[in-house]
Design a protein. Structure first.
Length: 233
């Protein structure tokens, strides 16, 4: 069930995958604590402009962390783009009431996103070697990719992001019509329904599989659109 729910969440949030795949040449200065707190409060109220301002003023953090992972086979620009996605996740999931600074939390998110990238390409057996040197400290000690991957903490941040997205998804599913809610619940095993294939749902509801396929796409697109409207409100 968890696998199908994660797949549904990925389908719904795919619209955001390439957002902010950039970094400006003249990076804005970090914000003062008072202004940062004001913007974080607005982010809690789903203020998109406040979120974007926090992103822009924390891009220096992305560049700083990305430089630690730069290697001859991975461009800094690529690492900055990947790290920017981690920054966005950090700002969107940050809890101001927790005893941790935004920069500290986002640093972990950025590093986590970059590590995920290295894990992915190492699994795909690309040209990057686990023995590649990422950095050399002041004492001349080399930091290699294998050291970083083996010492990384369990991915708690990924779980936090997934929980936030799952919460948003369920909020929008509750707004669907009873028929739409039943179809999406049967397909992806939501609300303790059994997981069903499109064929099984079609038989259960007494309609064609092709119709179920069209309805499923329509419902997912509807959830996507409503979530985007919610985030931009």
């Amino acid at each position: 069930m968890l696998r199908l729910i994660k797949r549904l969440i990925c389908k719904i949030f795919k619209i955001n995958d390439c957002a902010y795949n950039f970094y400006p040449l003249n990076l804005p200065e970090p914000l003062c604590e008072e202004r940062e707190s004001e913007l974080l409060q607005l982010v809690k109220e789903n203020n998109l402009e406040a979120r974007n301002t926090l992103i822009e003023h924390n891009l220096r953090l992305v560049v700083f962390i990305a430089k630690r992972f730069e290697s001859p086979k991975v461009l800094l620009e690529d690492l900055i783009s990947i790290g920017s996605m981690g920054l966005i996740k950090g700002i969107e999931t940050f809890k101001p009431d927790k005893n941790i600074k935004l920069a500290t939390y986002c640093s972990r998110c950025i590093e986590n996103e970059i590590l995920m990238f290295f894990r992915k390409i190492s699994k795909q057996k690309l040209e990057i070697s686990l023995d590649d040197t990422l950095n050399i400290d002041s004492d001349g000690n080399e930091l290699i990719l294998a050291d970083v991957l083996s010492s990384a903490e369990p991915n708690q941040l990924e779980d936090a992001v997934l929980r936030e997205r799952k919460k948003l998804m369920y909020e929008e599913i509750e707004k669907l019509s009873p028929r739409e809610k039943e179809i999406i619940s049967l397909r992806f095993g939501l609300y303790n329904y059994p997981e069903m294939t499109q064929h099984e749902v079609a038989e259960y509801l007494g309609i064609s599989q092709s119709y179920i396929s069209r309805l499923e796409k329509k419902i997912i697109d509807k959830i996507k659109e409503n979530i985007m409207l919610h985030l931009e409100a």
